[in-house]
Design a protein around this ligand. Structure first.
Ligand code: VGL
Ligand code: ZN
Length: 240
């Protein structure tokens, strides 16, 4: 009886040891971005950070997360929301409209925003701590005065391409990891359009922050899941 018990304890001990090994063993199951993967850092600009014109709550928290995981990527693309003055997505362009109300434009319903990310302004610059020196392309979007572009692939009419899809395809990219601001607008639309263009798509949740307007965050995750976008955490990625 006594020895059986000791045997049992020894067996449990080995299980414990196995348990200790588990995190190491699990490293093998992390996602390792390959030469045909790209990291997209969406709109990590002053406008979307505390102190900017359209601040996303805790927006600056994405910066260290994106910087950290960037070491896992050979290919990096950065986007910038890049509006003309008096852009059609600005509430100020319409008499009697306030920010966060909507209006109908030729391509459908447009949320109206405070003036933000105007071309060439400090507000439209990338966050000073975003450290992605190996990024190969900066793609600017939303520059047509009468049309918005949340997505880095397709403008709001769903017909006008930014060129990013062609660029990535010509470079042999198959898998896209989306990070940045804001989860429920530019990140979500970029991720869904990447799927529509045939890429495998991951959104790195803790490398994004949301605006969350009238339930837009929950709706965005639902719509992304329906299109086959995979939701992961930065810790799921093998870095180094
Ligand atoms: C964005 C609202 C308006 C974004 C851009 O980057 O998510 N949101 N313009
Ligand atoms: Zn915008």
């Amino acid at each position: 009886m006594k020895t059986d018990r000791r045997k049992l304890l020894t067996a449990l001990g080995s299980l414990g040891a196995l348990g200790a090994v588990a995190p190491w063993a699990m490293a093998a199951s992390k996602i390792k971005p390959g030469a045909n993967s790209v990291l997209i850092a969406v709109d990590v600009q002053n406008c979307f950070i505390e102190g900017g014109t359209l601040p996303v709550a805790k927006g600056s928290e994405v910066v260290p997360v994106i910087n950290r995981i960037s070491a896992a990527f050979e290919n990096i693309v950065v986007t910038q929301d890049w509006h003309t003055q008096g852009h059609a997505s600005f509430a100020s362009a319409y008499g009697g409209k306030k920010p966060f109300e909507t209006t109908k434009l030729s391509y459908g319903t447009q949320v109206l925003w405070p003036d933000h990310c105007v071309q060439g302004t400090k507000d439209a610059e990338l966050h000073k701590d975003l450290a992605l020196p190996s990024a190969q392309l900066i793609i600017r979007k939303g520059f047509h005065p009468k049309m918005d572009s949340y997505s880095a692939f397709m403008e709001a009419d769903a017909k006008t391409a930014t060129g990013l899809g062609g660029y990535l395809k010509q470079r042999g990219i198959k898998t896209v990891f989306v990070t940045g601001l804001a989860t429920d607008f530019c990140v979500a639309w970029t991720a869904m359009d990447a799927r529509a263009a045939g890429f495998e798509v991951y959104v790195v949740e803790d490398a994004c922050r949301a605006i969350d307007l009238n339930g837009s965050l929950a709706a965005a995750w639902k719509n992304m899941a329906a299109k086959g976008v995979k939701r992961i955490q930065s810790d799921d990625i093998q870095v180094g």
